[in-house]
Design a protein around this ligand. Structure first.
Ligand code: IMP
Ligand code: MG
Length: 334
C-alpha cells in the first residue's frame, strides 16, 4: 500500500477474491479497480454468504471503497447490472471507465462456435472475440451504452489523483499469470490478454513507478480448467480423496488439480516482481489449520511448508488463508 497489484500465480482460481475482500476491510481501501473481463469469477465469502463476481470488484464488502472497472477492461452489461443488484452496493460507489470496451452476445456466440476455442476449452464468455474487435477499432465502449451513463467514470484520472492525495489503491488482477497471452509460456492454451502484474497496472492506467507492492496469490495446490499442461496432474478420484476437487465458480466445469510446484512458483514470483505473497487454502493440505488466525497456531508441517515457499520463491508469505470467509486469514504484516 498505497498502491498494490494482486496477481494470480498459476491458472486462476488461486483465491484472489478472498485476499482482496480481506484487504478491503482490514486496510480500509480507498479504491479497488477490477481489470480483465467476465471470464473470471472472484469468489467472496462474507457473513455466511457466497458471491461469485465477474464484474463487481471483490472489495465491495467495504461500503466506503470506491469500486472501479478499468479503462482496459471488457464489460458485460447484463452481468454488471445483475451483480450490482446481487451485492446490494450503493450505485454511486461503483464506476466504469468510459473507455472500457463492451462484450456482446455475438462475441460469446463466436467464442462457442470456434473449433480452436473448443480445443482450448475457453470459458465461452466471448472475451477473445471481444478483444479482437477492440483491436480492430470497431468495438463499442462503455460511453456508447445509454444504460451505463450513470456509472461512467474516468477511472484513470480518479486513481492517479487518488494516489497523488495519498489514498490506497488496489489493482485487482484476474485469472492467473500462467494463462497470460504473452508471458505464461502456454500458448495457445492461454486467455486473450496478458494477465501479469505489469499488464494489470497498464489496464488501469497506473504507471509502473506508482506501484508499491505486487502481491502474488498462491494456492496450496494448483488447479486448472480447460485444456493445456498441468505439471504433476492427479486424477479426479485422487483429488476427491485429498479434498482438492473443485468446480469452476464461473462455468461449473471440473477443475483439474496438481500438487504445489515450487519451480513454477519461483518463476511467476520473479516475472511479476512480487514483493509479498499470499497462500490460500492452507487448510486444504493441513486440515488442522482450519480457521486459524494466528501464525503461532499453525502446526509444524504447515509452518515448514510456508517457510519452504518463502525460501524457494524469495517472497515473504504475509497472508495465509485458513478457511473460506474473508476474515479466515493470518496477516503477518505486523
Ligand atoms: P478464455 O479466457 O475464456 O478465452 O479461456 C482461455 C483459457 O483460460 C481456458 O483454459 C479457460 O478455462 C481459462 N480461463 C479463463 N478465465 C479463467 C479464470 O478466471 N479462471 C480459470 N481459468 C480461466
Ligand atoms: Mg475464478
Amino acid at each position: 500500500m498505497p498502491c498494490s497489484v494482486i496477481v494470480g500465480a498459476f491458472w486462476g482460481d488461486e483465491g484472489k477474491g478472498k485476499i482482496i475482500s480481506y484487504l478491503a476491510l482490514k486496510d480500509n481501501l480507498d479504491f479497488c479497480v477490477r481489470t480483465g473481463s467476465v471470464n473470471a469469477a472472484h469468489t467472496v465469502w462474507y457473513e455466511g454468504k457466497k458471491f461469485a463476481l465477474h464484474m463487481v470488484p471483490a472489495a465491495f464488502i467495504n461500503p466506503k471503497t470506491r469500486l472501479l472497472i478499468a479503462a482496459g477492461a471488457n464489460v458485460d452489461v447484463k452481468t454488471f447490472f445483475d451483480e450490482v443488484a446481487l451485492t446490494q452496493i450503493n450505485k454511486k460507489i461503483i464506476g466504469i471507465d468510459q473507455n472500457a470496451s463492451i462484450i456482446e452476445q455475438k462475441h460469446a456466440d463466436q467464442d462457442k462456435a470456434s473449433a480452436v476455442n473448443k480445443g482450448i476449452g475457453t470459458t465461452g464468455r466471448g472475451v477473445g472475440p471481444a478483444l479482437e474487435e477492440r483491436v480492430r477499432r470497431t468495438a463499442k465502449l462503455a460511453k456508447d451504452i445509454p444504460e451505463l451513463k450513470a456509472f461512467l467514470a474516468d477511472e484513470v484520472a480518479e486513481v492517479n489523483d487518488g494516489l497523488d492525495a495519498g489514498k490506497s489503491v488496489l489493482l485487482e488482477g484476474t485469472q492467473g499469470f500462467l494463462l497470460s497471452l504473452f508471458l505464461g509460456g502456454g500458448y495457445p492454451y492461454v486467455t486473450g490478454r496478458d494477465t501479469g502484474a505489469s499488464a494489470i497496472a497498464s489496464e488501469a492506467g497506473v504507471g509502473p513507478t506508482r506501484v508499491d507492492d505486487v502481491i502474488i496469490v498462491y494456492k496450496s495446490f494448483m488447479t486448472r480448467v480447460g485444456a493445456g499442461p498441468l505439471p504433476g496432474e492427479i486424477t479426479k478420484e485422487e483429488a476427491l480423496k485429498r479434498g482438492w476437487f473443485e468446480v469452476a465458480a464461473g462455468t461449473g466445469r471440473d477443475r483439474r488439480s496438481a500438487p504445489f510446484d515450487f519451480d513454477l512458483a519461483k518463476k511467476t514470483a520473479k516475472i511479476n516482481g512480487a514483493t509479498q505473497g499470499a497462500m490460500t487454502k492452507l487448510d486444504c493440505i493441513y486440515p488442522t489449520c482450519k480457521g486459524a488466525r494466528k501464525y503461532s497456531d499453525l502446526p509444524k508441517e504447515a509452518k515448514e511448508f510456508i517457510k519452504e515457499v518463502e525460501t524457494r520463491t524469495g517472497v515473504p508469505i504475509v497472508f495465509i488463508g485458513t478457511g473460506p470467509d474473508a476474515l479466515d486469514l493470518i496477516d503477518r504484516r505486523t
